[in-house]
Design a protein around this ligand. Sequence first.
Ligand SMILES: Cc1cc2nc3c(=O)[nH]c(=O)nc-3n(C[C@H](O)[C@H](O)[C@H](O)COP(=O)(O)O)c2cc1C
Length: 193
Amino acid sequence: MIKQAPNELGLHPLLQKRWSARSFEQKHIPNDKLQIMFQAAAWSSSCMNEQPWRFVYGAHGSATHELIASVLMPGNALWAKEAPLLMAVFAKKQFDDGSDNMHAWHDVGAACTSLLLQGVAFGIYGHQMGGFDREKAKQVFTYADEYDIVSIIALGFLGEADALKEPFRTREVTPRTRKEPASFAFESFEEIT
Ligand SMILES: Cc1cc2nc3c(=O)[nH]c(=O)nc-3n(C[C@H](O)[C@H](O)[C@H](O)COP(=O)(O)O)c2cc1C
């Protein structure tokens, strides 16, 4: 199933189609497609062109996949451990000159969006997650202190909602909702609420 945004909004088809799926086909993501998704991330903008994003990924059945799945909160692990690919996303906290990069997480988020949209062009859908045990991740992933772990992403080709257990099946078919732009986009600073 595809839970696309309403047609009448006039969105670009990639933006319209992207959503956070939980049910994936048991089909590996071809490496050539994955590498193009990383190119999409590479070609997003970043402060000083620092490109502070780092990705560590593993296909289902790999030790990396198992390790990433092991740090997910139970409510995510239940469905995400079946995903064809799991990816841990990191931000490099300092610029190459050693000064703090306060834009690192911002730029990593932007790169993730590009990666996900390129995925949609291939029929590959991603689900970003902040629901994981950061302390455990720091221990079991053994990465250097110069990085923050930002998120975990589950990726795969869309599967059937019926393959999920409740409550995830219901969540998979529940329509997506959004705030109206008038509630977050203003022409004067006083209007911000
Ligand atoms: C940083 C971030 C963290 C998220 N964490 C979780 C999570 O832990 N579990 C989950 O099911 N979804 C998580 N999501 C997905 C959001 O719930 C989802 O993007 C939002 O409900 C909008 O739905 P859509 O992506 O289908 O448009 C996260 C998304 C982002 C960007």
